[in-house]
Design a protein. Structure first.
Lengths: 295, 313
């Protein structure tokens, strides 16, 4: 009787079998730089979500009495060329940058992963056609293609996100294709085929979950690139349109006042740098945690 | 070698055709009548009619593409709607400026990135490794237009050492030319140096643990000879291949750098054309950039082939 009672107690004390995601999280937790990156990204998300409550001033309200005021107790980061509070514009600008990063990469994933999987899984003519089109896109430098697309679509944040997303999609096509090619020869895929699963089910249920880790790593690093790309397009006047705040367009205006109002250029640049750095640190940490072979 | 070159060139041709289709396809994104939009702000009816005929806009899409491609193959990329100059002529005018900027930037990137990667790998886990990795993260995360603004603040506004903007031809005054180009070249080279540092570090780490390096050390060679003659020579091949991919970053970065420093190069031409709605120039610039990028990658492949004796034989 006592033996029967003891069995569940022993089972309860045994360590819970950890899955691959839990193991990855444990590995990530040991990487302080990646955790710092994650913390800063979360901080920026909070800033973007609660901008109306956090920003001390209206980001688009001009004040002719406060034109290009240096940082002070009233305006912590100073004001711009028409008297708008720089701090409030930096806080509100987080929305455009994060939105551009996440939406652009989502577009890239939505285009790139299905095409890459189709190329890798189906092979033959489908692979040849998709791969050649991908090569053609990759032959155009990323930002130049994004500038051309944004120019033809018209300047706006939405079009900039589409342009960045489409321009970055070929990287995901290539990555997904390569991953599928290495996974589809594994025994478990063969076993799934042997028991009569349809090709679509094999692709979605057996291959996709096994190529997710490198895709997540690449997506995190791609968000960093997309944030810089959005800032670049806005700097050139092809992204977020004035008076809506965006870090890139703030820097574009600031460059005309470098000699007498340098504060206008400092904070938007630091914001871009911190956000991009955080995504890069997080991406590097995720690569080590999720995909140790690439280390 | 010759066979490899022929195979590589043969694989380039279909990609170039697809690139041309992609760039031609950009025109289809324009809302409304392309002739009116391509005619620019004035929309002079004569220009609109001229463009409609020249671009064969009343013909089906494949026919229009064939006409356009025929022109491209003869070196006719169309005319700028702004100043009626041939697009190819405009590109030829601006290209040397960007080439100089790119060459200077790549030189700076190589001079910083490769030694930093070597020092980092040799002193793995130490102070220099840490410093080099911080530099790489800084380079990868700093938007080059912001770095440009910061450098102008320091070297032009505060110290007054270098001009904030403008361009002087090297044939007019070489000293003034170098003074005007050094900041933009550093800005452009900074990000590429960071990538090269990472590639060099990882290639060197792999090579430094190889048997032949251990043998070289066992022979009693000094560390400098082991690192430079034995390890670096073998690590160079992946560095060349991966570094070649950065040529695209160089061309993309030139657009922003030229804008910050008001350098009248290729990048500024594309931005000015975008704002003047000079779409044929935009198409021409993208086509030439893509072709240049592919050619540079081909040259990098050949360099890879040449420095790797195992591939040659």
């Amino acid at each position: 009787m006592s033996a029967v009672l003891e069995t569940p107690l022993i089972a309860a004390k045994a360590p819970r079998e950890s899955g691959p995601w839990r193991r990855a999280w444990l590995r990530l937790r040991r990487r302080h730089a990646a955790l710092a990156g994650l913390a800063v990204v979360l901080l920026f998300i909070v800033l973007a979500l609660f901008a109306p409550w956090i920003a001390p001033h209206d980001p688009i309200a001009a004040s002719w009495a406060a034109i290009r005021k240096a940082p002070s107790a009233q305006y912590w980061l100073g004001t711009d060329e028409i008297g708008r509070d720089v701090l409030s514009r930096v806080i509100w600008g987080t929305r455009a940058s994060l939105l551009a990063g996440v939406v652009s990469v989502s577009i890239s994933l939505l285009i790139g992963v299905p095409l890459g999987m189709a190329a890798g899984f189906l092979g033959g003519a489908v692979d040849a056609v998709i791969s050649r089109i991908t090569d053609a896109f990759l032959a155009c430098p990323f930002l130049i293609l994004a500038i051309a697309l944004a120019a033809f679509l018209g300047p706006s944040l939405t079009n900039a996100m589409i342009a960045i997303g489409v321009s970055a999609a070929p990287i995901f096509v290539r990555l997904a294709r390569g991953q599928v090619l290495s996974v589809k020869v594994e025994d478990y895929v063969e076993a799934a085929r042997a028991v009569g699963n349809s090709p679509l089910r094999i692709a979605l249920r057996h291959i996709l979950p096994n190529i997710t880790a490198p895709l997540i790593v690449q997506a995190t690093l791609a968000i960093a690139a997309a944030v810089i790309a959005e800032a670049s397009l806005s700097f050139l006047g092809l992204g977020q349109q004035p008076p809506a705040p965006s870090w890139g367009s703030m820097l574009n205006t600031a460059k005309n006042y470098i000699d007498n109002s340098p504060w206008m250029a400092i904070s938007p640049g630091i914001a871009i740098f911190l956000l991009v750095l955080s995504f890069n640190l997080l991406g590097d940490g995720l690569r080590d945690a999720l995909d140790p072979r690439q280390r | 070698m010759f066979d490899y070159l022929v195979r590589r060139l043969a694989s380039l041709a279909p990609t170039l055709v697809l690139v041309s289709m992609l760039i031609f396809g950009l025109q289809q994104l324009l809302p409304g009548d392309p002739a009116k939009i391509l005619a620019g702000e004035d929309q002079d009816p004569q220009v609109v009619e001229y463009l409609r005929k020249k671009l064969h806009l009343d013909e089906p899409l494949p026919v229009r593409y064939a006409y356009w491609m025929g022109g491209v193959l003869k070196g006719d990329l169309g005319e700028s709607s702004r100043n009626q100059e041939p697009v190819l002529h405009l590109i030829a005018q601006k290209l040397p400026v960007t080439v100089q900027l790119a060459v200077m930037a790549m030189t700076i990137a190589l001079l910083i990135g490769i030694p930093a990667g070597i020092v980092s790998a040799v002193g793995r886990g130490g102070f220099w490794d840490y410093l080099a990795n911080v530099f790489a993260l800084w380079g990868l995360s700093t938007p080059n237009f912001w770095l440009g603004i910061l450098l102008i603040m320091l070297f032009s506004v505060q110290l007054g050492w270098l001009p904030a903007s403008g361009y002087v031809s090297p044939f007019e005054d070489l000293g003034a030319n170098l003074k005007s180009m050094i900041m933009p070249a550093f800005v452009l080279g900074n990000a590429i140096a960071a990538v090269l540092m990472r590639h060099t570090r990882s290639a060197m780490l792999q090579v430094l643990s190889a048997d032949y390096v251990r043998t070289a050390r066992a022979k009693g060679l000094n560390e400098r000879t082991v690192v430079v003659k034995h390890a670096l020579r073998n690590a160079l091949t992946p560095i060349i291949t991966l570094g070649a991919l950065e040529l695209g970053t160089l061309l993309s970065g030139a657009v922003l750098t030229e804008q910050v420093f008001t350098i009248p190069g290729f990048g500024k031409l594309i931005v000015d054309s975008v704002f003047n709605r000079d779409y044929l120039v935009v198409q021409g610039v993208v086509l030439v950039t893509a072709t240049a990028y592919m050619t540079l990658n081909l040259l990098a492949d050949l360099a890879y082939f040449l420095v790797n004796p195992r591939l040659r034989h």
